[in-house]
Design a protein around this ligand. Sequence first.
Ligand SMILES: [Zn+2]
Length: 77
Amino acid sequence: MMNCLVCKTELRKGTTVLTFNMGSNRILVVKDVPALICDQCGEESIDLDVSKNVEKQVEKALSDGISMGFIDYNAAA
Ligand SMILES: [Zn+2]
């Protein structure tokens, strides 16, 4: 298991919420994103594959004309 880069506490597996604010009232929130979380300082570490996946889902939502709302990370995998 990885340790926190900031405070060296052992990270735990959890999920986080990522908010994408693209301006012009475009806000997308991705829920249930797998992340390693530090209970000590609140630092969150997200896997590169996961963040790529999140990016894809945000791009897809935008191309579908969705400019505001929630995306469930697990729904569109
Ligand atoms: Zn920490």
